[in-house]
Design a protein around this ligand. Structure first.
Ligand SMILES: [Zn+2]
Length: 186
């Protein structure tokens, strides 16, 4: 059992298997001089700082891209191998250096689902304080035959009318996407 040390103190059965939760390093020592970091006050905020003054761990939020993938009229939700069995979510990933969010989200869709996508719209920007992340969510329309990469072990296709958005994280983007869809009657 591991405890996420970023902000949330949530317990995870096997923390090392959750790469997304450890993407932001938890520092103990100054990466410049090697001295142990101490907590310091700055502008009313507490940060881990180097006692010699050469490093401040700002713990800035990490941007993440998320894709609501529409494929043959259904929305594709996928399950990360490390998630509990009943969890399915959007396709998400970190940006590489020198990559725009648009490039990143289409690359993630291709890597994780083997689908060629195009961006239909940006859905919105969402904060996920517990993971110290900011999501940029896109509606991606994709074509091809789904093949999962090693990060995923299951997917399901859900008709938009049957989507049940979860009330946090990328679920908020699903809510907004559904709210903006034209109703079937119109
Ligand atoms: Zn230092």
């Amino acid at each position: 059992m591991g405890v996420c040390r970023h902000n949330c103190n949530r317990k995870y059965p096997n923390l090392s298997a959750y790469p997304i939760y450890v993407a932001m390093p938890v520092y103990t020592f100054c990466p410049v001089c090697g001295k142990e970091l101490i907590w310091g006050e700055r502008d009313g905020r507490s940060n881990q700082v180097c006692p010699a003054g050469d490093f401040i761990h700002y713990n800035n939020p990490v941007p993440v891209v998320a894709a609501l993938v529409e494929h043959e009229g259904a929305v594709v939700l996928a399950r990360n191998k490390t998630w509990p069995p009943d969890w399915f979510g959007l396709i998400t990933g970190f940006l590489e250096a020198n990559e725009t969010p648009e490039e990143a989200v289409l690359r993630e869709v291709e890597e994780e689902l083997n689908l060629k996508g195009r961006i239909a719209a940006m859905i919105g920007v969402y904060t996920f304080f517990k993971l110290n992340q900011v999501y940029v969510a896109y509606h991606v329309v994709a074509e091809g035959n789904i093949a999962l990469n090693e990060e995923l072990d299951a997917y399901k296709r859900v008709a938009p009318a049957d989507l049940k958005p979860w009330p946090f994280g990328t679920g908020l983007a699903v809510q907004d996407w559904l709210a903006r869809r034209p109703s079937p009657a119109s």
